[in-house]
Ligand binder design. Structure first.
Ligand code: NAD
Length: 479
């Protein structure tokens, strides 16, 4: 953070801190402490950032792959050296418990390393031209070229690693970027921009413009010089971006109400703690947070008893306490919304096995049993430490419930029967199926993205590089 004494965070354009006409006060969601006065970009300032990205594009396109890789490796190394400092920024601005924030920084270090490796693997293929009549005597091959300026719009919940999933692949492929971080978590992005500068990134290759989503988003989405919009956030905003983007390439990583199925033979000693992790880590504000559990009726009572017991033990409170798992929700509005949703489920016949109340900004880990399918806590994205547990008589019935959703990001199935596992893998409607793990499982090089209202396109560094490059075909006529 520059200007530490005044705690004023300027925009980052053309490689330099750039004063904005507007600043807003950023407060920590847990303590209410003022963290900084953060620039809030105007439409004109976003245009300046896009122009800087266009200008830097010339150098980035020419830069050899080994040099792009070196910059990304260096960034990764710098971040690793400063991981405590970086994690503290995440913990304060996002109210992410410090242990989870450190884990996010570790993942970010790895994501940039994957990006460095991917920079060296931008390969094409040769096409057997003589397979077609009339193709004889010709050589054909494909190559991948950068798109140009990437507009990246990111959410609050993983302010470093989800930014890395856009910045890393974009730079690996030789693009330049205008990054718009979430209103609540801009400091993590500015921190990375400074490290990239130190790592040798050309001025203007990454520009950061914080501020109002619609003001900045509209310019990025509609500007003719922005070639690609990569968005991670809520389905409502994703839908509006898609409708405005015209022929621009768009990647959307949206929400979900992720589910797991637990078969009769599952080992509860392993499954219960994994499900607790999946449901409550970072107070459930994870796009693949475990929200719905469908457990086989033969083990349901035992599972519910053990799960509710474990949920009661989850440590709640200050994000700077290393034992904390659940801290404040991102806004006080979310506390009220989730309490209302719990009430609605209760009115419809659900029982609260534990939790259901809030202290300040912190909602206690909440377990609801026998929730009707159309209650909001089940059919919408809850994005809070709330999990619903329902009983099923077979994995097949569980699959029907999992698929009974407008979302489809990831799902999990715990079973020891290989046929059941393969059947579930085939029939679950989601971008990813985790056998014998929670839907919340993610490492950063695996393909990741959703079906239905969970989005379109894939991240996971190699897959994002594909989205951020244009396939070009070249043919030589030897005749
Ligand atoms: P959000 O949609 O409110 O905000 C995301 C970003 O969009 C922010 O930077 C915001 O300023 C910006 N924005 C707001 N209005 C805009 C507009 N009109 N045009 C363009 N940009 C606009 O989401 P959030 O609350 O920050 O994040 C939570 C959501 O993100 C959840 O739905 C969660 O599931 C989703 N998410 C998805 C993934 C994934 O990979 N699929 C990962 C993390 C979070």
């Amino acid at each position: 953070m520059e200007d530490a004494a005044m705690r004023k965070q300027h925009l980052f354009i053309g490689g330099k801190p750039t004063e904005s006409v507007n600043y807003i006060t950023l407060q920590a969601p847990y303590s209410g402490e003022t963290l900084a006065e953060v620039s809030s970009a105007s439409a004109e300032e976003v245009e300046v950032a896009i122009a800087a990205a266009v200008q830097a594009g010339k150098e980035m396109r020419r830069m050899p792959a080994h040099q792009r890789a070196d910059i990304l490796y260096k960034l990764s190394a710098l971040l690793e050296e400063r991981k405590e400092e970086a994690a503290r920024i995440i913990a304060l601005e996002a109210a992410k418990p410090i242990t989870a924030a450190l884990a996010e920084v570790d993942r970010t270090v790895e994501t940039y390393r994957f990006a460095a490796e991917e920079a060296k693997r931008l390969t094409g293929e040769t096409v057997p031209m003589d397979a077609a009549k009339g193709g004889e005597g010709r050589i054909g091959y494909t190559m991948r070229q950068p798109l140009g300026v990437v507009g990246a719009i990111t959410p609050f919940n993983f302010p470093m690693n989800l930014v890395a999933h856009k910045v890393g692949p974009a730079l690996a492929a030789g693009n330049t970027i205008v990054l718009k971080p979430a209103e609540q978590t801009p400091l993590s992005s500015y921190y990375i921009a400074n490290l990239l500068q130190e790592a040798g990134l050309p001025d203007g290759a990454l520009n950061v413009v914080s501020g109002d989503g619609k003001t900045i988003g509209d310019v990025l989405v509609e500007h003719p010089d922005v070639a690609h919009i990569t968005f991670t956030g809520s389905p409502a905003v994703g839908t509006s971006i898609r409708s405005k983007a015209g022929l621009k390439r768009v990647t959307l990583e949206l929400g979900s109400n992720a589910a797991v199925i637990i078969d009769r033979d599952a080992n509860l000693d392993k499954v219960v703690p994994r499900c607790v992790t999946g449901a409550f880590t970072y107070q459930g504000q994870v796009c693949i947070s475990l929200q719905r559990i469908y457990v086989h009726s033969s083990i349901a009572d035992e599972f519910i008893r053990r799960f509710a017991e474990a949920a009661k033990q989850v440590v709640v409170g200050d994000p700077l306490n290393p034992d904390t798992v659940v801290s404040a929700l991102i806004t006080s509005k979310d506390v009220q919304r989730t309490l209302d949703w719990i009430d609605e489920a209760k009115q419809a016949g659900a029982e609260v096995a534990t939790g259901g109340e809030a202290e300040g900004g912190v909602l206690r880990p909440t377990v609801l049993v026998n929730v009707p399918r159309d209650a909001k806590v089940s059919c919408q994205e809850v994005f809070a430490p709330i999990v619903v547990i329902n009983t099923v008589d077979s994995v097949e019935e569980g699959i029907e419930h999992v698929n009974d959703s407008i979302y489809g990001l990831q799902a999990g199935v715990f079973t020891n029967d290989i046929h059941t596992a393969l059947h579930a893998a085939d029939h679950i409607e989601a971008g990813g199926v985790m056998i014998n793990d929670i839907p919340t499982f993610r490492v950063d090089h695996m393909p990741y993205g959703g079906v239905k209202q969970s989005g379109m396109g894939r991240e996971g560094v190699k897959y994002a590089v594909e989205e951020m490059t244009e396939l070009k075909f070249v043919m030589f006529n030897k005749n």
